[in-house]
Design a protein around this ligand. Structure first.
Ligand SMILES: Cc1ncc(COP(=O)(O)O)c(C=O)c1O
Length: 356
């Protein structure tokens, strides 16, 4: 017997989520954070006003059903409102999905490397992660993912554009894959970065949701809409799953401030998507500069790029830190660099040109 309360074994073995680091100050240099795939543009004045107005009501609980936002989303995507479930960021919704479909010992398949929260939230519910390595080009290996399906598979996560490689899954290939997945296994297409995608042949999650009874889509207001701190994301999926995902939500999890900001963001979507287009242009510029330095990378369709620097990763990250720029290292593998402010990206290029 120990003198500490016992934890579930699955929890004791959990890795801790590594959030993108803040930048340590360097004399005379403005610090930049390119480590969390955040939107560098500040909120729209209309959004700030909605937040300020909503602040007057924070002594009341928020609408637990997130009614107005869900209705707006249902209208936008032409889906029944019952197909929508919201939560505290799409990672919160993803955890709600896990709790809804995966029991202890069940299996959850996803590509690896991919979004770092997947293994954590899989293990929280006591399910077993089945990680299928990406191909050499950083793409999902759909045939291998199909082969990984067993009797215990309950959920397959498809991250497109994939974090951290920025690669997308081809629509036709995923459709072909879905025809072979048993219909009692939920397939969730995580489209956190979809607004940054300019590849016409890549997955259109909502089309696949309409076509397959076991497909759902995960979206967020954190990236293109710039509401990362407010924690609001949503799922569009089969009615029975959406219903279950509402049941597993933390009650009142999406604050009134988050709801109000998301609603106003949808109303000003054109302005926000114009800003996204600027970031996409900046990504193209950054990628062409990287090519000039000799990096031949597959195109990223997200608001970040992946540099497979292997054992030079740590050295490069230190060089960036010396220039007051935080990037996201995956030691021994590579670095993910968010498309943030241009001066920050210029410093990253300086750090790269000085690399051994
Ligand atoms: C692929 C992917 N999905 C989901 C999320 C979660 O975003 P949020 O919880 O802010 O909606 C992230 C965040 O980085 C991500 O990279």
């Amino acid at each position: 017997m120990t003198n500490q309360p016992k934890l579930r074994p699955a929890i004791a073995a959990l890795p801790t989520y590594k959030a993108g680091k803040k930048v340590a100050g360097v004399d005379g240099l403005e610090p930049f954070k390119l480590s969390s795939n955040e939107n560098p543009t500040p909120p729209l004045p209309s959004v700030v006003k909605a937040i300020a107005d909503a602040a007057n009501d924070i002594h009341r609980y928020p609408d637990p059903f997130v009614t107005e936002l869900s209705e707006k989303l249902a209208k936008k995507f032409e889906v029944p409102v019952e197909a929508i479930a919201t939560g505290t960021g799409s990672v919160g919704v993803c955890q709600q999905i896990m709790q809804a479909v995966a029991d202890i010992g069940d299996e959850v398949i996803y590509a690896w490397r991919s979004f770092e929260a997947y293994p954590i939230i899989t293990k929280i519910v006591g399910a077993t992660p089945v990680e299928v390595p990406l191909t050499k080009t950083g793409h999902h290996d759909l045939p291998a993912m199909l082969n990984a399906i067993t009797e215990r598979t309950r959920l397959i996560l498809i991250c497109t554009p994939n974090n951290p490689t920025g690669s997308v899954v081809n629509h036709k290939e995923l459709k072909e894959f879905l025809t072979k997945v048993p219909k009692d296994i939920l397939v969730v297409i995580d489209e956190a970065y979809v607004e940054f995608n300019r590849d016409d042949e890549s997955v259109v999650g909502l089309d696949l949701y309409r076509e397959f009874s076991n497909v759902g889509v995960l979206r967020t207001f954190s990236k293109a809409y710039g509401l990362a701190a407010l924690r609001v994301g949503f799922f569009v999926g089969p009615l029975n799953v959406a219903d279950a995902v509402r049941k597993t939500a933390v009650p009142f999890g999406v604050s009134n401030i988050a709801q109000a900001a998301a609603i106003v963001s949808l109303e000003h979507e054109d302005e926000l998507l114009a800003r996204v287009q600027e970031l996409v242009k900046l990504r193209s510029w950054f990628e062409s500069e990287l090519k000039k330095l000799g990096f031949n990378l597959p195109a990223s369709q997200a608001n970040f790029v992946w540099l497979p620097l292997g054992d030079r990763t740590d050295e490069f990250v230190t060089k960036c830190a010396e220039l007051a720029v935080a990037v996201r290292p995956f030691s021994g593998e590579g670095v993910r660099i968010s498309i943030g402010e241009k001066p920050a990206l210029e410093r990253v290029l300086d750090a790269l040109s000085g690399l051994n």
